[in-house]
Design a protein around this ligand. Structure first.
Ligand code: SAH
Length: 236
């Protein structure tokens, strides 16, 4: 037994603990997630119908993305292993008047009871925080219904992403708290594409996510060198 077997790094969960009360501060430590949220929600909504669909948000944190998906008419389940994050998510949901099913679970554990249970599975900014990301990816693939869509967002692993996402974003620009990311855990798009093939998923799209330090604005498109989003379709 042990947390390792469940594919959790306790340090990664604890990292987000002190942020519990600040998940929803648009100018707090998690500002970057608020800033990119409209872009990533639009990306999902342009590629799949959300209305009335069963959507699973894996590693939902305080619910920034879950709420936006629910506001678009999706029936959302949010899972995370952080108690504090779930507390923040449930607390905020009540104020927003939304009904989201928040649960403390890993994707692997949920896939034992809810395989093929979701039209859409979203897993953003989580894969780079787990010891075995392929295992989470695989569980996401099992959780999606055949004909369903899956969306992932993470960081590419190369020298440029070290300079931009760790040194630049954490130490120079202060876009995310220092220590948020361990470069060795970043994932190459080619690695993710291979997991998709193994899991019976068809890769539909890969898109870069970029920050312009002059305009302080995020945009989608262009190269995949640092942050990127991926869309897969579960065939069959
Ligand atoms: N997906 C959200 C939050 C990303 S932060 C968003 O993009 O807005 C990463 C979250 O993953 C944290 O809330 C952390 O508690 C959670 N987490 C880390 N390891 C996990 C695991 N193995 N299973 C589920 N959640 C995990």
């Amino acid at each position: 037994m042990g947390l390792q077997r469940h594919n959790i790094d306790p340090m990664e969960i604890d990292k987000f603990k002190p942020l519990a009360s600040r998940w929803w501060d648009p100018n707090g430590e998690l500002k970057a997630l608020h800033d990119i949220n409209p872009l990533r929600v639009r990306y999902i909504a342009e590629r799949t119908d959300l209305t009335g669909k069963r959507v699973l948000d894996v590693g939902c944190g305080g619910g920034i993305l879950s709420e936006a998906l629910a506001a678009r008419g999706a029936e959302v389940t949010g899972i995370d292993m952080g108690e504090a994050a779930l507390w923040a998510a449930r607390n905020h949901m009540q104020r927003s008047g939304l009904a989201i099913d928040y649960r403390r679970s890993t994707a692997e554990a949920l896939s034992a009871s809810a395989a093929a249970g979701f039209d859409v599975v979203v897993c953003f900014e989580l894969l780079e925080h787990v010891p075995a990301p392929a295992s989470v990816f695989d569980a996401c693939a099992r959780l999606a219904k055949p004909g369903g869509d899956l969306f992932f967002a993470t960081l590419n692993r190369n020298l440029k992403s070290y300079l931009f996402a760790v040194i630049g974003a954490e130490y120079i620009l202060g876009l995310v708290p220092r220590g948020t990311h361990a470069h060795r855990r970043f994932i190459k798009p080619s690695e993710m594409a291979a997991w998709g093939q193994t899991g019976g998923l068809r890769l539909e799209d890969l898109t870069g996510l970029h920050f312009n330090p002059l305009t302080k604005k995020y945009t989608l498109g262009g190269n995949l060198h640092v942050n990127y989003l991926a869309h897969f379709h579960k065939t069959g």
